[in-house]
Write a protein that binds this ligand. Sequence first.
Ligand SMILES: NC(=O)c1ccc[n+]([C@@H]2O[C@H](COP(=O)([O-])OP(=O)(O)OC[C@H]3O[C@@H](n4cnc5c(N)ncnc54)[C@H](OP(=O)(O)O)[C@@H]3O)[C@@H](O)[C@H]2O)c1
Length: 270
Amino acid sequence: MTASFPAPAWLVGCGNMAGAMVDGWRAGGAGFSGVTVIRPSGTPVDGIPTVTDYPDERPRFVMLGFKPQKLDEAAPALAPHIGPDTTVVSMLAGITAAHLRERFPLARAIVRIMPNLPVAQVQGVIAIYSPDGDIEQLAEVRQLMASLGMIAWCETEDELGVVGAVAAAGIAYVARFVDALAKGGETLGLRPGMAEQVAIQTLVGTGAYAADTAQSMAEIARRVASPKGTTERGLAVLDASDGLQPLVDRTLAAAIRRGHELAADAVRRD
Ligand SMILES: NC(=O)c1ccc[n+]([C@@H]2O[C@H](COP(=O)([O-])OP(=O)(O)OC[C@H]3O[C@@H](n4cnc5c(N)ncnc54)[C@H](OP(=O)(O)O)[C@@H]3O)[C@@H](O)[C@H]2O)c1
C-alpha cells in the first residue's frame, strides 16, 4: 500500500526513528509533496524540504520525532500552529495522550505511536493508541503506519507501552541475545567474525522461516529439538525456572518502569 500524507504535514525532529520511517515510506513509494521536516540542525533529509523553524502554515499532520526530554523545549513554539484540523502523532516514549492534549489543546486528534526500527525495511511493528475515537484522521494515520509494517492497535496506553517494550526496545534485546550466541560460539572456539556472521544469519533465517511457514516459535523450537538430542538439552537450560523467561520478564519490567519515570518527569516539569 502506498502511503500518502495529509498536507501540509510536518515531521518535527527526524533522527534515528523518524528517519527510519521516512526511509520506509520512501521504499514504499510514498510521495513527500506537502511534507516538511523541522529540526534544529537543519540537516537535510533527502527529497523533503528541511527547515529549522516552523513554516507559516497550519499543518494537518504533525509527527513529533524528538526525545521525550525535548517536549518542554519544542512545545511552546509549536502549539500555536496546532489547530482543530491538526492531527498530532507522537512517538515520545512515556508521554501520555493526556499530557500531549494539555500541550496541544486545540488538536483535532492526539495519536500515540510506538514504532520499531525495521520500519525502514517496511517490516516494522507500529503500536498505535488514540483516545480520540475512530475519526477520519485516525484512518489517515492508520494508512501511513500500515505502509511501514504491522500495526498493533492498542486499547490502552499501558498496552502501547508493553508493545513498545516488546517490539521497539525488543530489537535491542534480540540483538543482545544474538550477540550472546556469537560470544558463546567464540568461547567454544569459533573465530570472532565468523561467530557473529553465523549468529546474525541464524536470526535472519529464523525470521524468514517463521514468516514463510507461519509456524509459532514454540513449533519451530520443537521442530529443531529432536527428543533427547542436543538442542533439547540446551533448551532445558533456557527453560529452567531461573532461565530465559524470568530474565526477559525483568528486562521488560525495567523498560516499562522507565516509561513511567519519563511520564512522571514530564508532568513534574509543567
Ligand atoms: N530509536 C528507537 O528505536 C525508538 C523507538 C520508538 C520510539 N522512539 C522515540 O523516538 C523519539 C526520537 O528518538 P530517536 O532515537 O530518533 O532520537 P534522535 O536520533 O536523537 O533524534 C531526535 C531528533 O529530534 C530533533 N530535535 C531535537 N530537539 C528538537 C526540538 N526542540 N524541536 C524539534 N526537533 C528537535 C533532532 O534534531 P537534529 O537532528 O537537528 O539534532 C533529531 O532530529 C523518542 O521520543 C523516542 O522515544 C525511538
